[in-house]
Write a protein that binds this ligand. Structure first.
Ligand code: GLY
Ligand code: MN
Ligand code: MN
Length: 424
């Protein structure tokens, strides 16, 4: 668990970066309607959560910086017996004051009045441009007249890039649960007739282990469906002899995992599947090996394209000179996506890969990144040997950059052909 002291430290780190005479505001997420009288499960805004650890909606965090000193103020929902009867207990003003190491706590209803008061002498406003809710509109009305206003998400994203030991522990836990889920899928694949059955087996393990949500909608794609990168229908029959691409990861206490495995429905890879799988696996391992401080993501991207392109030439999927094929981007038809992304509170942790001057970030100890090369061959692609058509393979792991190089946090999830077949 992340302590109140750690949250306080995060707020202090952010406050140091704020200008004098500035007002900075973070809004909670807004409860979303699914359809008549039903709501989606509430999920806190990631930046708001990172700064507070507070899971209720209708809340606002304010940083008021004057004369080099920052006051933090939290607005929360008031206690309300009737509303709490329907939607559950609220912390309320008093309990929030006790729990959070925040200077002042008020009821949400006081926000606009207090805002007017805080605005005295303010010359710049910061807020998260991504959370443009009705409350943000009130603020925006002020911001337009300001000397300067800036996106508060930017400095928070930078902080979120570097995971603390407690954050890494939560990611490890999410991955441990996801490991069990993928192993169950490997074991159950022969017994499942539809993609959704396998999805249920995976998500059963998530919930059973207190990971109450998936970090993104699970992809369970049998056969040719694996060639649709974001396939989430998961409603087709599984056919004996096909591969199933499973991209599924749970969210545990607001921290993600993001794992892909490609496994056989029959429990055994065919010869053609083996050939393609071994090739992608070799590339994945080679890219993971490169991860260490001061390397750039584009270096990993470039190398993965070179290796996959060369691998595809070897298998006869692409024909010609590797360098020329790369130059003409021919490999992109079969490997159209990035090698990986930041991961943390969000599965795609919201941080740019370049600094504000357009210079690419170097990987540093404490960052977490996925590595996920893939090859996707449509069933009707007559340019490719028949035996490979209709196969889509991606292999994805979650990697922590360390001082020494890296640690594959998902190392324990079966990945070689032997390991996967043993689980069947
Ligand atoms: N699961 C989404 C991704 O791999 O990026
Ligand atoms: Mn990913
Ligand atoms: Mn994924």
């Amino acid at each position: 668990m992340i302590s109140e002291t750690e949250y306080k430290k995060r707020r202090e780190t952010l406050a140091e970066q704020l200008k004098n005479n500035s007002l900075s505001v973070l809004f909670s997420a807004v409860q979303q309607i699914r359809s008549n009288d039903t709501e989606y499960v509430f999920r806190q805004n990631s930046n708001f959560y990172y700064m507070t650890g507070f899971k209720e909606d209708n809340a606002t965090l304010v940083f008021l910086k004057k004369k080099g000193k920052t006051k933090t103020i939290l607005f929360v929902q008031k206690k309300d017996k009737l509303k709490e009867l329907w939607t559950g207990k609220r912390l309320g003003v008093k309990q929030s004051k006790k729990r959070f190491l925040i200077d002042k706590v008020y009821a949400q209803e006081d926000f606009e009045t207090k805002l007017k008061e805080y605005m005295q002498g303010i010359t710049s406003i910061n807020y998260d441009f991504n959370s443009y809710t009705d409350k943000a509109k009130v603020l925006h009305a002020y911001a337009k007249d300001m000397l300067s206003y800036a996106n508060l998400a930017k400095p928070i994203e930078q902080m979120r890039l570097y995971k603390s030991p407690t954050e890494i522990a939560l990611i490890r836990k999410a991955i441990a649960i996801t490991k069990e889920a993928h192993h169950r899928a490997m074991h159950m694949s022969k017994k499942c007739n539809y993609e959704y059955e396998l999805q249920a087996e995976i998500e059963y393990v998530f919930k059973k282990n207190a990971a109450l949500s998936d970090a993104y909608t699970s992809i369970v794609a049998g056969g040719n469906n694996a060639n649709t990168l974001h396939y989430i229908d998961n409603n087709k029959p599984l056919h004996h002899g096909d591969l199933i691409l499973i991209d599924a990861g749970c969210e545990y206490n607001y921290y993600a995992s993001d794992i892909t495995r490609s496994i056989p429905t029959s429990g055994k890879f065919t010869q053609a599947q083996k050939e393609l799988y071994e090739m992608v696996l070799e590339v994945e391992l080679a890219i993971i090996k490169m991860i260490q401080p001061n390397i750039k993501r584009t270096q990993l991207q470039k190398k993965s394209e070179e290796l996959l392109c060369a691998g595809m030439v070897k298998l006869g999927i692409l024909k010609g000179d590797v360098k020329k094929l790369l130059k003409k981007q021919k490999h992109k038809k079969y490997y159209p996506h990035g090698i990986g992304h930041w991961m943390g509170i969000d599965v795609h942790d919201q941080a740019p890969y370049k600094d504000e001057n357009g210079k690419e970030l170097l990987l540093q100890s404490g960052m977490v990144m996925t590595i996920e090369p893939g090859v996707y061959i449509e069933k009707d692609d007559t340019n490719v040997p028949l035996k490979y058509r209709g196969i889509g393979i991606r292999i994805e792991d979650d990697i922590l950059v360390t001082d020494e190089g890296h640690e594959n946090l998902s190392q324990g999830i079966a990945k070689t052909i032997n390991e996967i077949e043993k689980y069947a």
